[in-house]
Ligand binder design. Structure first.
Ligand SMILES: [Zn+2]
Length: 134
């Protein structure tokens, strides 16, 4: 095990070394209440195996974690009567792949990401760069 993994807060939580408010657990995943919620009922879905970025996880893990995520979204809607659930995979706050599920309500007025405009021909350049890399 690497030092980074040893000091990883989500690895420690997965192993039960740090307590959490657990919602669901199986062999591969853990679902817990975020201690600093954007909204009440903000939860995290994490794989127990340490990977930093989502794209580093194997395909089966991705398949299974998103199936579990869907199940948890339905659970949040049912239990908290939210209008929808925001899914966010950012990955730079704790360096261990995790999915945020945030209960949202119409008119809760959270700001979305700031947006920008493309200058002339910039959009096509970016588009072509991405397409070439597929
Ligand atoms: Zn970790």
């Amino acid at each position: 095990m690497s030092n980074k993994e040893k000091n990883c807060i989500f690895c420690k939580i997965s192993k039960g070394e740090i307590p959490c408010r657990k919602i669901f657990e199986n062999k591969k995943f853990l679902v817990l209440l975020d201690i600093k919620p954007v909204n009440h009922g903000h939860i995290l879905v994490i794989p127990k195996k340490h990977v930093v970025w989502m794209q580093e996880a194997d395909d089966k893990t991705i398949e299974d974690i998103f199936k579990l995520t869907k199940k948890m979204m339905l659970t949040l809607k049912k239990s908290l009567k939210c209008d929808y659930v925001q899914v966010s995979v950012v990955g730079n706050e704790v360096p261990h792949f995790h999915i945020h599920l945030i209960p949202r309500y119409k008119g809760d007025n959270f700001k979305n990401f700031p947006t920008m405009e493309y200058k002339e021909s910039e959009a096509d350049k970016v588009l072509n760069k991405i397409i070439k890399a597929i």
